[in-house]
Design a protein around this ligand. Structure first.
Ligand code: SF4
Length: 183
């Protein structure tokens, strides 16, 4: 692990195709956030105002499935620029709720959305205002290699903390069996 100029671990969290519940659970670390802040610098996250995912990140937690082209580009950038990448929550680990849309083709999902001229799905299918959907929503590890998994919908704060502590020590994420449940 490289560590930043201040000696702290460069830590990031990323929000892809998820409901943000995993990030809300991360905030439930409560006073443990102080301990995290002493060891790590949060260089990218929905919680901070950085616009571009930076270079030389040590650890990145990723919430959500990969469901559109913007998610895909971000996942690839995260992998390229992060020492270790961990799937945070069931949507990243399995696809979970986000992948329920895989039961239908994207054309059927977009059909109810009609533009002013009545063309079904056209407001979205030209993809001028929203990122293009992938044919299927995918768990993160089907798009990039990942270094660990934190299951749960959302994973509770104790589980997240176990993973974060291991990552701060430079150890693999090896949760106890009781912390490896879904849902
Ligand atoms: S795992 Fe659950 S809490 Fe986390 S993003 Fe998915 S639906 Fe939301």
């Amino acid at each position: 692990m490289s560590g930043g100029k201040n000696g702290k671990i460069r830590f990031a969290t990323v929000w892809l195709g998820g409901c943000s519940g995993c990030h809300m659970s991360f905030l439930d670390l409560d006073e443990r956030l102080v301990e995290l802040a002493e060891a790590a610098e949060l260089v990218f996250s929905p919680f901070v105002d950085t616009k571009e995912f930076p270079e030389d990140v040590d650890v990145t937690l990723v919430e959500g499935a990969v469901t559109n082209r913007a998610n895909l580009a971000m996942a690839e950038r995260v992998r390229e620029r992060s020492g270790r990448v961990v799937s945070l929550g069931d949507c990243a680990v399995t696809g979970n709720v986000t992948s329920m849309r895989n039961l239908l083709p994207t054309s059927a999902i977009l059909a109810p959305f009609r533009s002013a001229d009545g063309r079904a799905g056209s407001a979205f299918l030209d993809y001028t205002s929203v990122p293009e959907l992938l044919p299927r929503a995918l768990p993160l590890h089907q798009v990039i290699p990942v270094d660990g998994y934190v299951p749960g919908c959302p994973p509770d704060a104790d589980r997240i903390w176990e993973a974060v502590r291991a990552l701060l020590r430079g150890e693999p994420v090896a949760l106890a069996e009781s912390m490896r449940t879904f849902g």
